[in-house]
Design a protein around this ligand. Structure first.
Ligand code: FAD
Length: 467
């Protein structure tokens, strides 16, 4: 079908507001957040409901038009930017932002997939509840995008990734067939779990149009602090001691070593949280829903007593506990300024995960190697999850290429992964081919072919072509 006729057919489904084809108006959808990827499309489609998504995908399927689904466009693997292929559309969920239901008794929320994460968090806060997925992009990223990438962030330690927070999805398959699983069942062993298959599939198997999400009671007592540890090898002992002392209330245990704190302070003008440099700095947060934890002898005292014991043992060298809401916000503002502070010096950011026992040895060897190469390691990490955003600045040139390859080989040899939470997109296809075993890749290709025989959903992403 000629492009003009195709656009007419799309408009017949959505009305004029749902099809954008003027280059200026499309531009924002065609370049990703990092500015590393720019694509082309014949149109951006903006359906305002699942029926429209189904009708549009049906048309794309029949006419062989490739579809890149897009939420908030905050992904950092290039997954939401079309690659040069056949005729291509971006399917944006930005008109599907309705919160369909909040059930305080069942502690669930049902939302359209284009709902912005922070909007949901603010809505459920009115009910004394929280949707505890936490990271810097929460003001722009969408529930559909967080599910499609199985996003993580700083609270995974306690609440799990997006997968653990999702009870069911509604989705449209490549041929336009809608499937729905929005009953909020906690248990449902009826064959293959399509929800789990779609979570983390990065828009290659279906378009997620709605989801029912698990909510948690909002904490009423929060203790936030910054610790200086004797070294990375002390970190797991400190985390476990704090978990034991608080009954598992640690929500965040973020690795923020001294070079990273220096970089953030230089970028934002903030002051370091501790007077002396903390080579192994940790942003700690513990939170409780028990009102009595606000009182003397409550959560903060438990944390302080535990830290005092850890100081006596020489595992913690120094610590500050936020004395006010403002101090807590300042600590988190530093954490959330990490990505832009690293990118401001052209840093290269890995997304590694390692077995917990391998983190300290990995940091020891790799930090020394980066220093020998005359570069700076600006690592930040969700340490309790074994997830390091190991970063190197400056991040360009041949020296980085060789270093990157050695680091990735080391991660593989230590039993780790090159993609912990950001996904593959178009950024890491070469790593999938190099480090994932061929049998696993073949199974993924077979699944993809079965669910999308015409190959229209996010072509050129996530799973590398067969050699
Ligand atoms: C400052 C900053 C900090 C970040 N911190 C973290 C972090 O700590 N942890 C983390 O995990 N990520 C982090 N990210 C990455 C990013 O925010 C997440 O990957 C987020 O989940 C992407 O959501 P989105 O709506 O922007 O998706 P997009 O970027 O629009 O899309 C991402 C992928 O999902 C697919 N997709 C989007 N919506 C749908 C849908 N409805 N159905 C099917 N497929 C879909 C797209 O095709 C693409 O492949 C960060 C990003 C930024 C900019």
């Amino acid at each position: 079908m000629a492009t003009k006729d195709l656009l007419e057919a799309f408009r017949a489904v959505t009305g004029p507001a749902g099809v954008v084809d003027a280059p200026d108006a499309m531009a924002g959808y065609l370049t990703d957040w990092t500015g590393r990827w720019t694509g082309q499309a014949i149109a951006v489609l903006r359906p305002d409901g699942t029926d429209q998504v189904a009708a549009l995908l049906g048309l794309c399927h029949r006419h062989g038009v490739a579809v890149t689904t897009q939420g908030g466009n905050t992904g950092i693997a290039g997954g939401a930017t079309p690659i040069p292929d056949r005729d291509h559309v971006v399917l944006s969920l930005d008109r599907m932002q309705r919160i369909l239901a909040i059930d305080p008794a069942a502690r669930t929320a049902t939302v359209q997939a284009g709902t912005v994460l922070q909007t949901l968090q603010e809505a459920v806060a009115d009910h004394g509840l929280t949707y505890p997925l936490m990271f810097g992009a929460r003001g722009s990223c969408t529930i559909g995008g967080t599910l499609a990438t199985n996003a993580g962030g700083s609270n995974v330690l306690r609440y799990g990734t997006a997968r653990a927070l999702c009870l069911g999805v509604e989705a449209v398959l490549a041929d336009g067939t809608a499937i729905s699983d929005l009953q909020g069942l906690r248990k449902d062993n009826t064959g293959y779990d399509l929800r789990d298959l779609l979570i983390g599939s990065e828009g290659t198997l279906a378009v997620i149009t709605a989801a029912v999400l698990r909510l948690h009671p909002a904490p009423v007592a929060v203790t936030t602090g910054f610790l200086s540890l004797s070294g990375p090898e002390a970190a797991l002992g400190v985390l476990n001691a704090l978990q034991d002392a608080t009954g598992g209330l640690v929500e965040a245990f973020e690795y923020m070593p001294a070079p990273l704190i220096d970089r953030i302070c230089a970028h934002t003008g903030a002051r370091p949280p501790l007077a002396a440099p903390a080579p192994t700095g940790i942003l700690l947060e513990a939170a409780s829903t028990r009102p009595s934890d606000r009182d003397a002898g409550g959560l903060e005292d438990l944390v302080q007593d535990c830290l005092a014991g850890l100081m006596e043992r020489g595992l913690v060298l120094d610590a500050v506990i936020a004395a006010s809401g403002q101090q807590r916000r300042d600590l988190w503002a530093m954490r959330e300024a990490t990505a832009e502070s690293i990118m401001a010096v052209d840093g290269y950011i890995f997304d590694l995960s390692l077995p917990l026992s391998q983190i300290a040895p990995f940091l020891q060897v790799t930090d020394a190697e980066v220093a020998r190469a005359g570069m700076t390691a600006l690592t930040v990490g969700h340490l309790g999850d074994g997830n390091l955003h190991y970063s190197i600045a400056p991040g360009g040139g041949a020296a980085l290429g060789a270093l990157r390859a050695r680091i990735l080989d080391r991660v593989a040899a230590m039993g780790g992964s090159f993609s912990a939470e950001h996904g593959i997109g178009q950024d890491k296809l070469d790593l999938m081919a190099a480090y994932r075993d061929p049998a696993r890749l073949a199974a993924m290709r077979a699944l993809r072919r079965a669910m999308d025989p015409a190959g229209i959903l996010n072509p050129g992403k996530t799973i590398p072509d067969a050699p």
